[in-house]
Design a protein around this ligand. Structure first.
Ligand SMILES: O=C(O)c1ccccc1NCC(=O)[C@H](O)[C@H](O)COP(=O)(O)O
Length: 274
């Protein structure tokens, strides 16, 4: 991992909490029979839906307040709105997530579920079963290849998150085949959709590319698809209001009907403080 001093204070705190939790997680090695993420994306496309991973994100360091509805009801609304897959935060202190929430959501839906957390040690992988785990290249550092291998040995599909071209190269060298480009800079916590546009052209064609963060409108969806995204990961814009209608609006972005709740164009905003 690079210099922690370069990270936003909130992110340093998230990482410190993740390391503290890691010890408590050493337990039996999990063995997962995952729901196929690629197949879920293909089903969405065949159905005329943009492949969206909708995120159950009760709060975050860049969100005012917290959403305390039942996460299972939120997750079911996202699936009803057409989400191809779900992402569930399990980080408790900064995102209001939990392992219990992940397990309840995965039991309640039939789409693939991504565990969204800050995994820095192999033992953390054994905290819960999920269909996909996130590994953040910046935080995994030199351990990324070992963590990818350890996750796959347990049956997980792996989404490796990158933020720039150097991290993309490290993800590829670690054998990643599904790569998320996070538009949120974890040093400044500023979102810039131009990040995906600058990194995506350097990814090989056979990599599944997920555009992450800052996607707030059908126009943003179309912008990310035009830049080469195979799927999108969306949290805040879906969690803000009616999750089913918000999800539907984004998955229908290519149909140009603006979904159930109309369309607002934020595609000109290349840099959005969050
Ligand atoms: O979302 C945050 O405030 C945040 C702060 C510090 C580290 C990570 C953070 N987010 C993690 C994510 O990757 C997002 O939850 C995810 O990409 C969805 O982003 P968005 O659609 O912008 O909510």
């Amino acid at each position: 991992m690079d210099d922690p001093d370069e990270l936003a204070p909130a992110v340093r705190s998230i990482l410190s909490a993740a390391r503290d939790r890691a010890d408590a997680r050493a337990g039996a090695t999990v063995s997962v029979a995952p729901r196929d993420l690629s197949a879920a994306f293909e089903r969405a496309e065949a159905d005329g839906r943009v492949p969206v991973i909708a995120e159950v994100k009760p709060t975050s360091p860049t969100t005012d307040g917290a959403r305390d509805d039942d996460p299972v009801a939120l997750a079911e609304g996202m699936v009803a709105g057409g989400a191809a897959a779900l992402s569930v935060l399990t980080e408790p202190e900064h995102f209001g997530g939990s392992i219990e929430t992940l397990e309840r959501v995965r039991d309640a839906v039939d789409v693939p579920v991504l565990r969204k957390d800050f995994v820095v040690e192999e033992a953390q992988l054994d905290a819960a079963e999920s269909d996909v785990v996130l590994l953040i290249a910046r935080f995994a550092g030199d351990d990324l290849p070992d963590l990818v291998a350890a996750a796959r040995e347990r049956g997980f599909q792996v989404l490796v998150e990158v933020h720039d071209r150097a991290e993309l190269e490290r993800a590829l060298a670690a054998g990643a085949t599904t790569i998320g480009v996070n538009n949120r800079d974890l040093a400044e916590l500023v979102v810039d959709l131009g990040t995906f546009e600058s990194v995506a052209p350097h990814a090989p064609d056979d990599v599944t590319l997920v555009a992450e963060s800052g996607i707030g409108s059908p126009a943003d969806v179309r912008r990310m698809l035009a830049a080469g995204a195979d799927a999108l990961l969306v949290g805040s814009a879906i969690m803000d209001g009616d999750v089913e209608a918000n999800t539907r609006e984004l998955v229908r972005a290519e149909a140009g009907d603006g979904g159930a709740s109309g369309e607002s164009d934020t595609s000109d905003a290349t840099e959005t403080p969050t």
